[in-house]
Design a protein around this ligand. Structure first.
Ligand code: 4LI
Ligand code: NI
Length: 187
């Protein structure tokens, strides 16, 4: 199982590479890694398992973060209401591609965190408010999904990782909480 020791931290060169496209269908090894990445996210959100294995909670993880420079991400975004087991989005995306996006931007009101960044980096991270993403799943099926708000932010954060981009690259250095015209602030 993936634990925090498997997650590389900022400064590791792999996090700044553009990851390689994967041939479809993916190999059994890549398939297993995808499943392990999704399981990590689910475990990290479980209070007992997170405590037992000292996992930091996340809703997204990209393969470069476990030192595999390939274009694969996992997202597991729980339903907001307590006890609603149905997650909003739970999937592994292979060769994810943003094929269209809104003109409007959005950011998380509380800023962003990253499992590869062991420090608080304050500031708004401007992203597309809505995105249309295509990707392949672990079985080799092609999908096209329209996402908005939190799920859109998470998927863009993870796609950044396979392009060697860290969330703080987007923060306005002079004024971290600068709000662009029409920016939607998501809380
Ligand atoms: C600096 N301020 C902040 O971090 C920040 C501060 C407050 C609020 C938000 C909303 C912030 N921002 C932020 N919070 C998250 N989590 C909220 C807690 N949650 C979680 C925690 C425990 C159990 C289950 C779960 Cl679900 C896990 C996910 N995740 C991300 N990101 C950025 S996009 C990828 C995603 C990611 O998985 N990062 C590791 N950002
Ligand atoms: Ni990250």
């Amino acid at each position: 199982m993936i634990t925090m020791k498997d997650i590389i931290k900022e400064g590791h060169p792999t996090l700044r590479l553009t990851a390689e496209e994967l041939p479809i269908p993916v190999s059994p090894e890549v398939k297993q890694l995808g499943k392990d990445m999704l399981t990590f996210l689910i475990n990290s959100q479980d209070p007992e398992l997170a405590e037992k294995y000292q996992l930091r909670a996340g809703v997204g993880l990209a393969a470069p973060q476990v030192n595999q420079s390939i274009r694969m991400i996992a997202v597991h975004i729980p339903g907001i209401e307590e006890g609603i087991d149905e997650p909003i989005l739970s999937t592994v995306m292979i060769n994810p591609k943003i094929v269209s996006h809104s003109v409007q931007n959005a950011c998380l009101a509380e800023g962003e965190g990253c499992l590869s960044v062991d420090r608080d980096v304050p500031g708004y991270v401007p992203r597309h408010s809505r995105v249309t993403v295509t990707y392949y799943d672990l079985e080799g099926n092609k999908h096209k999904k329209r996402l908005k708000n939190y799920p859109a932010i998470v998927v863009q954060h993870e796609i950044d990782h396979i392009n060697g981009i860290m969330f703080y690259d987007h923060i306005n250095e002079e004024s971290p909480y600068y709000l662009e015209e029409g920016m939607d602030v998501i809380s």
